[in-house]
Design a protein around this ligand. Structure first.
Ligand SMILES: *Cc1c(COP(=O)(O)O)cnc(C)c1O
Length: 357
């Protein structure tokens, strides 16, 4: 039996996608071989790679002048690659320190050059999104994280940026409309809202590349990957294909705008319950910064009720209602594939816990 999966990533995918993928493991689109076995240079797979790019272009309305890549290494490798490709020799870059992933991106970039912390909410446990800061105009680029997967905060209004604009959108890409033209480089590990782990989506404005004056190892050079059409080395064919299945599914559902409305309402259902239910409280202090993707909360008396809450979740076939190992508490992830019906099952469990008190 398939359970209700609130995992933060890798995370639930639509059943139709999983089903089609399981068929493709045996016979990929009538090719007579499985998707885990087919040559990445075969005409069948080349056409999937093309479709992957055109679906991203269409779903996110990516303007002319941007390249779309499907690469290895997860978002983590792009913490380094963005710095190597955009930070000038003796240059510096500005970062918004809004969570663990942002801090990790800063750590990698500091191996390449000087990192300036433009603003931070670290001292307050990353419980809100910093605002009202000024992005210096003498930095090579500014980097922010659109959604802080671990803490459950999300940038609702992106700041205007006077320099090259880089954003880690790993945990909310395709969940809401974004104006791609505002950004110069967007990257996202697939396993939150694109597909399975094993591939990272990169959307980059071509004209920002090749200007650092430094030698970039080929494998870390976005221009090499663009030239090779995301096949500088063997791509993860399975992950690219499953991402295509998921993007086809999103398109058939009405695209990102439809998903955005649904996601907003879905998250609100759970936030309303957290605010109403006397057993729980939310952990994000500024309500407007609450993420529609990752909802974080705690029990008011965990020592008394956490065991029973876990039991009730298990009885309802719910998995992964737990905070990141670094912060504890509870986190429920509500990416595109999560339905309102399944969120209601969790709400029923929360109400049952309160009634038992
Ligand atoms: C999960 C996540 C990462 C790390 O992704 P990997 O694919 O494991 O490297 C980075 N940034 C954000 C915002 C994430 O949610």
């Amino acid at each position: 039996m398939r359970k209700i999966n609130f995992s933060a990533g890798p995370s639930a995918l639509p059943y139709e996608v999983v089903e089609k993928m399981s068929e493709a493991m045996i016979d990929f689109e009538g090719s007579g071989v499985g998707i885990g076995e087919i040559s990445h240079r075969s005409k069948e797979f080349l056409s999937i790679m093309e479709e992957a790019k055109s679906l991203v272009r269409e779903l996110l309305e990516v303007p002319e002048g941007y390249s779309i890549l499907f690469l290895h290494g997860g978002a983590t490798l792009h913490f380094l690659m963005t710095a190597m490709n955009l930070m000038k020799k003796d240059g510096r870059a500005g970062y918004l320190n809004s969570g663990t992933w942002a801090a990790k991106a800063m750590k990698e970039a500091s191996m390449v050059g000087e990192v300036v912390e433009v603003a931070s909410s670290k001292a307050d446990g990353y419980t809100y999104i910093p605002k009202g800061y000024t992005i210096p105009s003498d930095i090579d680029y500014f980097h922010c994280t659109s959604n802080n997967t671990i803490y459950g905060t999300q940038i609702k209004e992106f700041p205007e940026c006077p320099v090259t604009y880089v954003c880690d959108m790993s945990s909310d890409i395709f969940s809401r409309r974004i104006d791609v033209s505002k950004f110069d480089l967007i990257y996202a590990g697939a396993q939150k809202n694109v597909g399975p782990a094993g591939v990272t989506l990169v959307i980059v404005r071509d004209e920002i590349l090749g200007k650092t004056g430094r030698d970039i190892p080929y494998v870390l050079d976005y221009q090499q990957h663009i030239k090779a059409g995301s096949m500088y080395n063997t791509p993860c064919c399975m992950a690219v294909y499953m991402s295509v299945l998921n993007m086809r599914h999103l398109k058939a559902r009405g695209g990102v705008a439809v998903a955005e409305t649904y996601n907003r309402e879905k998250a609100q259902m759970l936030y309303d319950e957290i605010d109403r239910n006397s057993m729980f409280r939310g952990v994000v202090t500024v309500k407007e910064d609450r993420s529609d993707m990752n909802v974080t909360f705690v029990l008011n008396e965990p020592e008394k009720y956490s065991e029973r809450f876990a039991e009730l979740c298990e009885e309802a076939a719910i998995r992964e209602v737990k905070g990141h190992r670094s912060v504890g508490g509870y986190r429920v992830s509500l990416y595109n594939a999560m339905t309102k019906e399944n969120v209601q099952v969790l709400i029923d469990v929360m109400q049952k816990l309160e009634q038992e008190k």
